[in-house]
Design a protein around this ligand. Sequence first.
Ligand SMILES: Nc1ncnc2c1ncn2[C@@H]1O[C@H](COP(=O)(O)OP(=O)(O)OP(=O)(O)O)[C@@H](O)[C@H]1O
Ligand SMILES: [Mg+2]
Length: 227
Amino acid sequence: MSALIQLRDLSFSYNKGKNNQVDAVRHLSLEIEKGDFVGIVGVSGSGKSTLLYLLAGLLEPDCGEYIYDDKNITKISESRKAALRNSDFGFILQDFGLEGDRTALENVCLPLVFSKCRWGKMKKKARAVMERLKIDDLCGKKVNELSGGQCQRIAIARALVHEPQVILADEPTGALDSENKKILMNLLSELNRDGITVILVTHDVSILSECNKVYKLNDGEIETVKK
Ligand SMILES: Nc1ncnc2c1ncn2[C@@H]1O[C@H](COP(=O)(O)OP(=O)(O)OP(=O)(O)O)[C@@H](O)[C@H]1O
Ligand SMILES: [Mg+2]
């Protein structure tokens, strides 16, 4: 059986062809199996977030191929890509990407809005995932009145609420204290044991022990650390 994710010679530059061009990902090839727990490390600016955006189909590679679940993502339409992103991917963004003037519960519900789920059912699902992350007390609070760590946990709940196949997590423990870091890592491990593929970008080497594969990005090029 072929790997869930296959990247072949993928490259991406910001400001392509301009004098401020940045080659953020260079000739990157990588295979990720269903059920892998992958860690990606690298210094600031090495291309980690760019790689996650490419995996989520939010950026279009300049060249190379991206195969997900036997579908050639580099060839499918924007609308099919958006539908796939909605059904299969949960993205914990580095800057959270929450709507500040909406409540925590409304933010967590957002991925379900596209799934034609009823409002009552949406709220029930969102509350359940917030309970699991021990943030159900924040349901009615506006996001712009919350702390960085609380926002991070809401971003995590939002990434999990639609039960994705793949979790893309960009520094998910960056704003968490040690207790909440442990809760999150236990949760990611539990989801991984249920068969969900986790791809985690981090500076925190203490959480890499959970990963069965670890890669390092050096200036957009990938190196295997543990396989
Ligand atoms: N929107 C953008 N326009 C132009 N250049 C960008 C843009 N976003 C990122 N870059 C550049 O691309 C390179 C890779 O950036 P990226 O955000 O992927 O790094 P990173 O490894 O996630 O860094 P960090 O650990 O600081 O989050 C960097 O040199 C960065 O300055
Ligand atoms: Mg980043």
